[in-house]
Design a protein around this ligand. Sequence first.
Ligand code: NAP
Length: 256
Amino acid sequence: MPVRDLQSRAHVLLAGASSGIGLAATRLLLQDERVTRLHAVARRAGESEALAELRAQHPDRVCLHSVDLCDPKAVDQLVGEVGAVSPTLDLLFNTCGLLHADGMAPEKSLAQLRLDALQRSFAINAFAPILLVQALLPLLPAKAPAVIATLSARVGSIGDNALGGWYSYRAAKAAQNQLMRTLAVELKRSHPRACVLQLHPGTVETPLSAPFSARVPAGKLFSPEHSAALLLQRIAEASPADTGRFLGYDGSEIPW
Ligand SMILES: NC(=O)c1ccc[n+]([C@@H]2O[C@H](COP(=O)([O-])OP(=O)(O)OC[C@H]3O[C@@H](n4cnc5c(N)ncnc54)[C@H](OP(=O)(O)O)[C@@H]3O)[C@@H](O)[C@H]2O)c1
């Protein structure tokens, strides 16, 4: 079962489903017949050939949503669309993230820091994950098991930061961690069977890591499929006692 102790079939929302780890996780989740409905979200979900293929293979199980998670109106509309087919969501897996884009690269030094890059990174890496949970909260079961898992990054760890650089991305992931940790504390009271997890996927061969992957030592660069399988294992074994933890793909604790 994708969520531990779940007694019913699972309804899942996977944000970031069009690429990299999110696409690999989408494929793996659809191999599990107990996943009744999978809501696949990305800005251009409707244009993704890979998602169109999955939808054609599983027309009754896959719903595609083209949504920019940095747009609050689009997120509200998403909640309506999801709620119309899924009475509750058992797993919310957010794999969205941004490290570089046109005109935006991770900073090597303070001199390269720009306000617009900070804002862009915080919008998707920090603000979008918590605002997505806020919007979807009415669909999260208050008394049944549920998991809210978000992909963070080891470079977002303050305690582990010995190398420096990458100011915007590091800071935005650290902010994401704090926002989700705060959520975990609140949900302990209102949703005692829920588990909020922050996960580091490893260094994974995706468009996000492509400009930097040449420097990764052999054997340390995971395929999206390998990383997604390990992350789904972490999610499936998580219990409410694990809520608020920041874990690596192998289950090891990452310092905040
Ligand atoms: N790859 C690594 O080595 C690595 C290492 C540590 C942490 N991570 C984290 O792991 C997660 C997944 O990374 P990845 O490597 O799989 O990245 P990726 O291949 O670039 O995929 C990112 C996904 O996020 C979606 N997305 C981006 N902005 C969005 C927005 N505003 N609204 C909705 N969807 C949006 C993209 O879809 P559209 O473009 O269609 O919107 C895409 O599906 C990220 O959080 C990343 O920070 C990755």
